[in-house]
Design a protein around this ligand. Structure first.
Ligand SMILES: Cc1cc2nc3c(=O)[nH]c(=O)nc-3n(C[C@H](O)[C@H](O)[C@H](O)COP(=O)(O)OP(=O)(O)OC[C@H]3O[C@@H](n4cnc5c(N)ncnc54)[C@H](O)[C@@H]3O)c2cc1C
Ligand SMILES: *[C@@H]1O[C@H](CO)[C@@H](O)[C@H](O)[C@H]1NC(C)=O
Ligand SMILES: *[C@@H]1O[C@H](CO)[C@@H](O)[C@H](O)[C@H]1NC(C)=O
Ligand SMILES: *[C@@H]1O[C@H](CO)[C@@H](O)[C@H](O)[C@H]1NC(C)=O
Ligand SMILES: *[C@@H]1O[C@H](CO)[C@@H](O)[C@H](O)[C@H]1NC(C)=O
Length: 494
């Protein structure tokens, strides 16, 4: 290519890439005085920037020219209005766990770091609580526990409350109480144009409430939820972790599939495939985790068909709900919460296990490890079989969430050590899609937006009913016509 052509292509790319702009150098002087005294304006050169800029994975991440740390909901309003007035793309962040690769479309933008919005208090008769938009799972679990309450949050304590809840929110308590989004009865929301509104089931905001419950990342920044909470009736959970060699893969998912027919509301199970070089350098072992809200004997009788397959190692115990993330390795200090290498997920939400598909999925993982040894160490597959009674009890049309029939959430989670490597990223994309196709087999494609990559269609992310997509697009046009919230799970504006 000639130099001119290269220049023209570069120019075109920069014009077509959304959100390429820079933060005004005098933002501190202009925006600073409009913020409350507890708020911060943090630049890449400011000490403390790195901690606020930290994400679970740096794969496909956004970059910021400034981070605003609001102390009040009014600060969020000011930040959004300032960003809009100066053409600066903005992005609200709480837990920093989002893995949507499209986030990289936001470069040199404004992060609105919500973690200081930490309200947590019971309302009235104690069946709901006001929960700040900046709380993380750990804050909600422990904060409510101290009040004798619990509610659905993600299992992972380091992810936020809002991130999972706005797109679904799968957790230990979903079989008993429904998804995280099913707990939302109201929210205070800063819209794309910087207006702050109170969203409730009243007529004027009922559609927006509907949309927040499943496609919420598209519609606003939640500064506070009104959220259902429940008395803790049975505080203790039993758990078992069973480790199997890879030759048991067919038996494990045949038995798991049979268990789906009678899995109690109190039981949560998931399995992970990880390469354990001591056992086998290429064929991953299968670590099967079970959790049960009740005594260990009851869990033991439920898990017996799996134990009968013959794990080579097992661990069991019990814990109060508030600390259940510790044995699972998903507490703040646990391995699941530590920063990862560049990572991509390929989620599939399916109604059941396609057994030949699961076998192909497994063998494809093995083939990947053989072909790209660099992917062996950190990569795994996640097969979540959470209970769904209370999830399926909610009529599908009452929220924007379009996957209530899909009982399983399965995803390869592929990564490597070290910094961004284009060759490995491309290899991951290829292997991951191959695995995902095997899991879907002939089933309708559904993908949980909170695990999604950014290559999925609106229908895959939000559901295949025509009316659902039409309603979402109509609301997107009303509330976010310029697609300010398009960086994560973005619905195409009509
Ligand atoms: C280790 C790990 C474990 C996980 N476990 C679970 C789980 O058990 N259950 C589950 O359902 N999901 C789980 N997830 C997926 C999780 O739902 C998503 O990663 C989610 O996007 C994380 O939200 P975040 O705030 O932590 O991340 P961020 O990257 O900060 O935000 C993700 C998205 O949420 C938006 N957002 C965050 N806060 C707000 C707010 N207050 N108002 C409006 N938008 C907001 C952001 O703008 C962005 O679009 C897990 C992810 C990881 C990495
Ligand atoms: C807000 O966040 C900053 C950065 O982590 C922290 O230093 C500060 O103490 C927080 N303020 C409040 C009121 O929580
Ligand atoms: C949870 O674990 C912590 C630290 O191990 C402990 O201090 C705390 O008492 C435990 N909480 C409950 C509810 O068991
Ligand atoms: C990227 O990964 C490949 C495969 O492991 C390796 O050969 C290559 O050297 C890496 N590239 C860089 C820039 O690290
Ligand atoms: C912001 O958008 C909402 C929803 O479209 C609209 O009702 C409101 O009037 C807008 N506010 C301003 C200040 O334009």
């Amino acid at each position: 290519m000639t130099a001119t052509l290269v220049f023209l292509v570069a120019l075109l790319v920069s014009l077509c890439t959304p959100g390429r702009t820079s933060v005004p150098p005098n933002i501190q002087q202009e925006l600073g005085p409009r913020l409350s005294s507890g708020a911060l304006v943090v630049f890449p050169s400011t000490p403390g920037f790195a901690a606020l800029n930290d994400r679970w994975t740096d794969g496909g991440r956004p970059t910021y020219g400034v981070i605003i740390v609001p102390a009040t909901e009014r600060d969020v309003v000011e930040a959004v209005q300032y960003a809009n007035a100066h053409g600066v793309p903005f992005f609200a962040t709480t837990g920093g766990h989002g893995t949507w690769w499209g986030l990289a479309a936001l470069q040199d933008g404004m992060a609105i770091w919500l973690r200081n919005l930490t309200t947590l208090e019971l309302v009235g008769d104690g069946t709901t609580a006001r929960l700040g938009g900046g709380l993380r799972g750990t804050d909600v679990i422990h904060g409510l526990w101290a009040l004798g309450k619990q509610t659905t949050t993600g299992v992972c304590t380091c992810a936020s409350l809002a991130g999972p809840a706005l797109g679904g929110g799968h957790g230990y308590l979903q079989g008993l109480h429904g998804l995280a989004l099913d707990q939302i009865v109201g929210a205070r929301v800063v819209l794309a144009n910087g207006s702050l509104i109170s969203v409730t089931s009243r007529k004027e905001t009922a559609d927006l409430l509907w949309a927040l419950k499943g496609a919420g990342h598209n519609f606003g920044i939640v500064t506070e939820f009104t959220y259902k909470v429940y008395d803790v009736v049975k505080p203790n959970w039993a758990y078992e972790f069973l480790s199997f060699t890879g030759d048991k893969v067919d038996d494990i998912y045949r038995v798991s599939r049979a268990m789906m027919a009678y899995q109690p509301q109190e039981a949560v199970q998931w399995s992970q495939w990880v390469v354990d070089p001591q056992t086998d350098p290429v064929r991953p072992i299968i670590v099967y985790s079970l959790f049960y809200n009740g005594p260990p004997e009851e869990l033991a009788s439920y898990s017996k068909p799996l134990v009968d397959i013959g794990p080579f190692a097992s661990v069991s115990g019990s814990s109060p709900y508030a600390n259940l993330s510790q044995p699972a390795g998903l507490d703040l200090d646990g391995p699941g919460c530590q920063d990862q290498g560049p990572l991509q997920m390929f989620p599939t939400d399916v109604e059941t296990y396609d057994l030949p598909g699961m076998r192909t999925f497994y063998e494809t993982f093995v083939d990947m490890v053989r072909a790209e040894p660099a992917l062996a160490a950190g990569s795994y597959s996640l097969i979540e079989q959470l209970s769904t009674q209370a999830v399926r009890a909610v009529p599908a049309e009452t929220t924007a969430y379009g996957h209530r029939k899909q009982k399983l959430l399965i995803s390869p989670v592929l990564t490597y050590a070290g910094s961004d490597n284009t060759t490995l990223n491309a290899a991951i994309a290829q292997w991951g899609e191959k695995m995902r196709s095997a899991v879907f087999a002939n089933m309708e494609r559904h993908t949980y937006v909170n695990y999604a990559r950014g290559t999925e269609t609106d229908e895959e992310l939000y559901g295949h009913e025509k009316w659902r997509i039409a309603k979402l697009k109509k609301l997107k046009k009303v509330y976010d016509p310029h697609n300010k919230f398009g960086y994560f799970g973005g619905i195409a504006v009509p």
